[in-house]
Write a protein that binds this ligand. Sequence first.
Ligand code: GLP
Length: 289
Amino acid sequence: MEVIIQPEESAAAWLVARIIAKELRTNPHLVMGLATGRTMEAVYEELVRLHQEEALDFSLCHTFNLDEYVGLRPGAAGSYRAYMNRHLFSRVNIDRRDTHLPDGTASDLDAECRGYEALIRKFGGIDLQLLGIGQAGHIGFNEPLSALRSRTRVKQLTPTTILQNAPLFGRPGKVPRRAITMGVGTILECRRCVLLATGREKAEIVAKAVEGPITSMISATALQLHPWCTVVVDEEAASELKGGAYYRWVFANEPEWAEFRLLKQRRPSGPGPTARTPRSPRRRSRLKA
Ligand code: GLP
């Protein structure tokens, strides 16, 4: 695991977007695991900017989201499908058919979960998984006591999570009680993980996730077992980490991070293409029909 501390929230999101963009430019067929939540909005905003102003191309990639609420139609306002359409999919050149989320309205939810796992396998697994962290330490919706080898399944949400996600629904009573989520085991199988956490309210859980003992009570601690996991935080979310000085030293000295150390330079955003960028004619699916 490596930890990168950025001065502020926008710089942390900028760095995560740059990591994704580099992977996507290296491998246009990238299979991306995506996350939702307030924290991710700034990352998607920067990815949209990179698409509009620096020609970042999404036409050949495929995406798998971590989770979706049970019982919400994809068009429903609080659904994660609606969130993804709003923040990313409708603003870059990705074909919706290449974007995958579990279907929380499936009549057989267990079959839906098995099918989601099978689809990820069919695409050769996830190359880069983007992660946020809930205040109780969950990744995806892997609530406390999620087995560290769990697969995609239906999880009952904790009262803490319901409260935390209530703003999207107006009030806690409207938040669905269950969700389909990739399992901790599913997440650990991706090639690379990038977790973003910002704000003072995440400081305690970030310290437990990164420096605490591995426990199924805090599913994010399982990332300590992952061979390539980068945790990006702002100063506030880093404020309870004990090893901050060491993490800063590594980031300042590792050649791998040289290109990411440049100060974030905000270019005034030009008009950029407003219309959807046409898909590349070279487009090929990684799947045979
Ligand atoms: C939800 C999602 C998680 C996300 C978390 C954090 O619970 N299922 O994947 O990490 O929200 O959300 P926020 O970024 O709003 O704090």
